[in-house]
Design a protein around this ligand. Structure first.
Ligand code: CU
Length: 101
């Protein structure tokens, strides 16, 4: 599974679309029945400032996540929980966001 900003780079303080890509163990795209997203900054003790939603299946195992808004630099944690008809999985992404452009 891969997860990152659709524009390729994370920005701070504005809404962005992110894309999650799900592949099975043989690298075949997976069309997830459901994806839940949670997260925050464990080091700061807060969660996500918004409630991002997976809105659109883009094809090739990729799904659009709308409503991401990171409002500070630092270490973010994202937990994606996905369900398909045959399985459930949960993946954690640690993302370090800094001010460099
Ligand atoms: Cu924080």
């Amino acid at each position: 599974m891969a997860f990152g900003p659709q524009e390729g780079i994370a920005t701070i303080g504005r809404f962005q679309n992110w894309v999650v890509r799900v592949l099975d163990s043989e690298n075949r795209p997976v069309y997830p029945a459901r994806i839940g997203l949670n997260g925050g900054m464990p080091g700061h003790g807060h969660g996500l400032p918004t409630q991002p939603q997976v809105t659109t299946y883009l094809g090739s195992g990729r799904c659009l996540v709308e409503g991401m808004k990171l409002y500070m630099a630092g270490d973010w944690l994202f937990v994606l929980a996905l369900e398909t008809p045959s399985t459930k999985d949960r993946v954690t992404f640690e993302v370090m966001v800094d001010y460099r452009v």
